[in-house]
Design a protein around this ligand. Structure first.
Ligand code: FPP
Length: 241
């Protein structure tokens, strides 16, 4: 797949902090869970659109290591939503649904707290995607993901495999969940906040940041294009001049 360019600026990897489901639901006097359900629909639209425009990597922040602090009912609602999403993912992959036709899905994060059944569905989906004849977009769903947790996990793995050795940037990168992927060129946050919330702490060192007030369930391919247009007018110097 040729590298996508927005104007003259190459863009291989876009990452999204999908925020605002709760406020979207509140505005409609619906439970927060209805906002998350609507959020999943947007997620699928953006996956399909990313494949259409040939974006090489798309990362979606679905559940952070800090989200366990939410009320127990919301956490269990999000886990149930993931479970039903996985059922739909497996069947949509098998039926060659257009949403996932050219997408390779992976789940990145500490998946150990998930049930064995859920981890099995993830393994089945990932294996199915790996065998696809044509992949346009590598989609990372960050679940129970934390940027700091990812770094600690990488360092611990390095130490256990290389006792007594010093770690360097290249070695650390190779132990991250995102090992082998280009760093995100653009990080989009919906819902209007201006923070990274422990997302891609290592990988975001030179990412361009874009925030929109649009709430995640209202985010559309048009909103995505607006973010890409804003990105195309940035000047990236990576510390140079
Ligand atoms: C933030 O909105 C959203 C989340 C913590 C969950 C994100 C999950 C989805 C969009 C669904 C996609 C999930 C899968 C499994 C594909 P918020 O609840 O913080 O909203 P608020 O800031 O308005 O309260």
């Amino acid at each position: 797949m040729a590298e996508m360019t927005t104007g003259t600026l190459p863009l291989r990897h876009a990452a999204i902090i999908m925020d605002g489901n709760g406020r979207w639901a509140k505005k409609r006097a619906l439970p927060r869970s209805a906002g998350h359900v609507a959020g999943v629909r947007t997620t699928e639209k953006i996956i399909e659109y990313s494949c259409k425009i040939g974006l090489e990597y798309l990362t979606l922040y679905a559940f952070s290591t800090e989200n366990w602090k939410r009320p127990e009912s919301e956490v269990s609602g999000l886990l149930n939503l993931l479970n039903s999403y996985l059922d739909r993912l497996v069947s949509r992959l098998r039926e060659d649904n257009p949403v996932y036709r050219y997408a390779a899905i992976r789940f990145l994060g500490d998946l150990t707290p998930l049930s064995e059944e859920m981890r099995e569905k993830i393994a089945v989906s990932e294996a199915f995607c790996r065998s696809k004849p044509e992949i346009r977009t590598h989609v990372n769903i960050a679940f129970n993901y934390g940027g700091k947790d990812e770094i600690v996990h990488a360092v611990n793995r390095f130490i256990s495999e290389n006792p007594g050795k010093q770690i360097d940037e290249k070695a650390l990168s190779s132990y991250l969940y995102f090992a082998g992927q280009p760093d995100p060129d653009l990080i989009i946050r919906t819902g209007g906040e201006m923070r990274l919330s422990n997302f891609l702490m290592w990988e975001s060192s030179y990412s361009e940041f874009y925030s929109t007030a649009t709430l995640w369930p209202d985010f559309s391919p048009k909103s995505f294009n607006e973010a890409l247009t804003a990105y195309s007018s940035r000047s990236r110097r990576f510390g140079g001049v």
